[in-house]
Design a protein around this ligand. Structure first.
Ligand SMILES: [Zn+2]
Length: 396
């Protein structure tokens, strides 16, 4: 029997028993969106998973703080604002607000803070200065790079050797000590999104933007860093190097958790390919509760294909669960507490296998509604726990 949660940690590359640094308290950081468009279903799948993870940890008795950064510094935002004929600030703020609204429409209630990175330029500069002082970063002209050779663990998170990393240079620049070195600060002559720094006018590198948010909320480290799997390299690899080097801690983040991609017609959902379905469009035709059961039923680490026909089936199952819950509430029955050996809990404890937990829920509720043989109490309790853990209102 699994009486504690085991979760797949990307760094260890296996399921590990979950233990937070401080018992009863879990701190989590989830990589947020670049605010240049409305949220699409691929994002929704990712954020619904982390919402469920927060909810499940809370169900297990933890006080959970979840922080999501809002990336409002990006070339895509500058370009989008120009095309829309509006200011960069107005453009980013419009889509930042839309993201928070869409999260609310999806029923995501577990986020303690949505933090726009542009508020933390002084922190990014201070961290960069400190990394230079520690010998982890160096300057080329108006730019500053993190030297990956100063961090022996570089490559561990993405499970790549130095040779493999060397084959994929990402930021080409002259004078870098190692082609894998990534920018903490980039000199810039652009009209928009540049700030004064000890190295001249420029803009912060992508990874340090999130690292600044991390240290504001969790200066002593945190339990879980989450995001889509495509962020493992270079984004999270770079962040891990920055955070461990800056804090002097070998394990600033305790668990690295990654979720799979959502594809449509076997392609990654993306704006440029015109394959992104917006959350606000889909919620016109489907209930957020049904969307949750559908997405959470996919195993979080697997890539999955979005099919509207499947979502339609979940819409029916969702309403059937709700109407069965009404029926069950009329049945006399003892209130049963969900025990640790309930298959629902067992499935969730085994790396959040919500698909199995949901199947068990559907089966149990259907059987109880049919039989009415005094199993109403157990089924109702299961519905209540599932509502709070899955974030779908299943009890009317
Ligand atoms: Zn991030």
């Amino acid at each position: 029997m699994q009486d504690t949660l085991r979760i797949f940690d990307t760094l260890a590359w296996r399921k590990e028993p979950f233990k937070s640094a401080v018992p009863g308290k879990v701190d989590m950081f989830v990589c947020g969106p670049t605010v240049q468009d409305y949220m699409h279903l691929g994002h929704a799948r990712t954020y619904l998973f982390y919402d469920m993870l927060s909810r499940y940890l809370a169900y297990q008795g933890n006080r959970v703080s979840t922080v999501i950064n809002i990336t409002d510094i990006d070339e895509g935002i500058v370009k989008g604002a120009r095309e829309a004929g509006t200011s960069v600030e107005a453009f980013a703020s419009k889509y930042g607000k839309a993201f928070v609204d869409d999260m609310a429409a999806l029923g995501v209630t577990t986020v303690s803070s949505y933090h726009p990175v542009s508020e933390l330029i002084p922190q990014m500069i201070a961290q960069t200065e400190s990394l230079i002082a520690r010998g982890n970063a160096y300057r080329i002209g108006a730019s500053v790079y993190f030297g990956v050779d100063t961090f022996p663990g570089f490559g561990e998170l993405s499970h790549q050797t130095r040779d493999e990393i060397a084959l994929r240079p990402l930021e080409i620049a002259e004078g870098k000590r190692n082609q894998a070195d990534f920018s903490l600060w980039r000199g810039s002559n652009a009209d928009e999104q540049r700030w004064d720094s000890p190295w001249g006018l420029g803009t912060p590198g992508w990874h340090i933007q999130d690292t600044a948010v991390s240290f504001v909320h969790f200066p002593r480290g945190y339990d879980i860093h989450g995001g889509a799997r495509e962020l493992v390299y270079p984004h999270h690899e770079a962040q891990r190097a920055e955070m461990n080097a800056y804090s002097g801690k070998a394990r600033f983040v305790r668990y690295w958790v990654h979720s799979g991609l959502l594809t449509q017609h076997s392609e990654k959902m993306s704006k440029s390919r015109g394959t992104s379905v917006k959350v606000r469009e889909i919620l016109r035709d489907f209930s957020p509760g049904a969307l949750r059961l559908y997405f959470l039923g996919m195993h979080h680490r697997e890539d999955a294909e979005f099919r509207e026909a499947d979502l339609k089936r979940w819409e029916e199952k969702y309403w059937s669960l709700r109407s069965n819950s009404t029926k069950l509430q009329r049945e006399p029955g003892r209130r049963a507490k969900l025990s640790g050996d309930s298959p629902f809990v067992q499935a969730m404890n085994d790396d959040l296998r919500a698909g199995e937990a949901i199947s068990y829920l559907v089966k149990t509720v259907e059987r109880a509604a049919r039989a009415g043989e005094g199993r109403a109490g157990e089924a109702l309790q299961l519905l209540k726990v599932a509502s709070s853990v899955l974030g779908a209102p299943l009890v009317e």
